[in-house]
Design a protein around this ligand. Structure first.
Ligand code: F6P
Length: 526
């Protein structure tokens, strides 16, 4: 990130803007016809992952200029400073040290997490009544929830068969009720995950879970309540036993905190060895980011392609579609990662950005997605770049027949989006003439294919780190701070004020008084 200057002042910017005007002139069909080796040429490996970006409106000239832009915006320098632990989050005066968590064999906190996880898994960790703890319920929201719960679903095939692990995030009590359903307080450990230890949703859930535990085992909950937090004093103030308080550094942002103590419940579920393998997978991609020249640096190239679509071709959203039931929560995690990091209207030095920044990120598991929103992707008026994520070898395919069909669907969608079906081709089919226009597919819809050899802790870690770095790369080009999230604070403050108003406050001067009264009427019908 070059502070103080606008990305559009980079020499490559104007050349890219010029090329963008002509990007659609050569269709993806024509590009593949001209260069049948596109799939090798515009693709690359990172760790065990294979990423194919050949179905984007790019050629060597565009990719070369994007690499020039990266150099002119000092993207590699910014990434190097992040990896070195330098201060890269100026609005909070912090470094961003999530990559340090996976750079070594681990620190004291990881060691303590391993001890606790092992003792729960082998049945030697007992609660207040002397019974072994057999369930862990992790409370947290945003980054203290999305990453671990996504990874827990993704690696469910590794879960300990006798230990129940559940997650709860919502302020709606129905969520916690479901998470605690069927569990016995005497054999349950509740982990309160909150970096700040002030987030109202999590603190309310912690109070409710504490009351539930107390009812079951009495007042001494020292063996039943744990915390992952950057504010251990606040956990202490709430009476948690310091032995069960696992610190995380202020410099680890919530949406980057999967490899931290926030992953405690995940570690209990999949085991310390698998958790370490996930960290090692992340580290592979961290090293790739720091050591690979830009032209072959996959996270950098993906981030630059995102910039190409957003800043030059006008894309407003990115869809993420994993063709893996186990990865169905990945879009949720990426939504926070990318939108909280890139949803910025001022640059790191406070001046307005002079163009759009982060796109809307959304998605769902294929093939369900195909029957929900792919109609718009294929024939809608907006062009939405899509990430199609596939797993080559299935670890969970009990009937043994469906996996190949899943991959066939992924490839079919990539092809239909890119190449479409022309009017002439449609007319040769048995299609009524008045339906031809409806059944034409315009094509030229970009997609990136990401292939994992199999879904393992390591490849999952690689995938997550790939998206983390891709996000940071975009921020570096646009000059925004990817590590703060001031936009969420305002709503939090207002929610506290509205809480008072809804209880018994005087709403007469409130712009929302009409809605407040309507709500009260519905709440108290008589
Ligand atoms: O959603 C805003 C946010 O501040 C996220 O950045 C964070 O992941 C989440 O709230 C939870 O915060 P905490 O871990 O401090 O409870």
């Amino acid at each position: 990130m070059t502070s103080g200057s606008s990305p559009s002042s980079a020499p490559a910017w104007a050349a890219l803007a010029d090329l963008a005007g002509r990007a659609g002139v050569v269709s993806l069909r024509e590009r593949f016809a001209l260069d049948p080796s596109r799939s090798e040429h515009f693709a690359g490996g990172v760790g065990d992952l294979w990423v194919d970006w050949s179905r984007h409106p790019v050629d060597d000239e565009v990719m070369g200029l994007l690499c020039d832009l990266s150099e002119q915006r000092d993207v590699s320098g910014f990434c190097a400073r992040m990896l070195a632990g330098d201060m890269v989050n100026p609005t909070e005066g912090r470094s961003a040290t999530h990559t340090a968590l996976r750079a070594s064999d681990g620190d004291e906190t990881l060691g303590r997490m391993v001890d606790l996880a092992d003792s729960i898994r082998d049945g030697s960790y007992t609660g207040a009544t002397g019974e072994p703890v057999r369930a862990v319920v992790s409370l947290g929201i945003g980054g203290s929830y999305l990453g671990p719960t996504m990874a827990h679903e993704a690696l469910a095939h590794l879960a300990h068969p006798d230990v129940t692990v559940r997650f709860s995030s919502s302020l709606d009590g129905a969520d916690l009720t479901a998470a605690l359903d069927g569990l016995d307080p005497a054999t349950t450990l509740v982990v309160v995950c909150s970096k700040s230890f002030t987030t109202p949703e999590t603190m309310v859930a912690a109070d409710a879970a504490t009351a539930w535990l107390r009812e079951g085992v009495g007042d001494d909950l020292s063996l039943h309540l744990a915390a992952a937090t950057a504010a251990p004093q606040r956990a202490d103030d709430r009476g948690l036993d310091p032995d069960l308080v696992f610190p995380l550094a202020e410099s680890v942002g919530g949406r980057f905190s999967l490899p931290s103590a926030v992953g405690l419940a995940l570690m209990v579920a999949i085991g310390p060895e698998a958790f370490r393998a996930m960290l090692a997978g992340m580290h592979v991609v961290d090293r790739h980011l720091g050591e690979t020249p830009v032209a072959a640096n996959v996270p950098v190239l993906l981030g630059l392609l995102d910039v190409w679509h957003r800043s030059f071709l006008g894309a407003t959203s990115l869809a993420v579609v994993p063709y893996s039931h186990a990865l169905r929560r990945l879009p949720d995690h990426l939504q926070q990662l990318m939108m909280e990091s890139l949803g910025k209207r001022v640059t790191a030095d406070g001046s307005p950005t002079n163009g759009p920044t982060g796109p809307v990120v959304w998605g769902a598991g294929g093939t369900d997605a195909q029957h929900a929103f792919f109609q718009l992707l294929h024939q809608g008026t907006d062009v939405v770049p899509v990430d199609l994520i596939g797993v080559a070898r299935s670890v969970v395919d009990p009937l043994g027949t469906r996996h190949e069909a899943l991959m066939a669907n992924l490839l079919a969608q990539a092809e239909a989006l890119a190449f479409g079906r022309t009017e002439a081709e449609t007319a040769t089919l048995d299609v009524a003439p008045d339906l031809v226009a409806h059944r034409v597919f315009p094509g030229n819809r970009p997609s990136t294919v990401v292939l994992l050899p199999e879904l393992s802790p390591s490849t999952l870690g690689q995938l997550v780190a790939l998206y983390e770095h891709r996000t940071v790369v975009q921020a570096a080009v646009w000059g925004v701070n990817p590590f703060d999230q001031w936009g969420v604070e305002f709503g939090k403050d207002l929610a506290t004020r509205f809480g008072g108003l809804l209880a018994d406050g005087d709403d007469r001067q409130e712009p929302s008084s009409g809605l407040i009264r309507r709500y009260r009427k519905l709440r108290d019908p008589d």
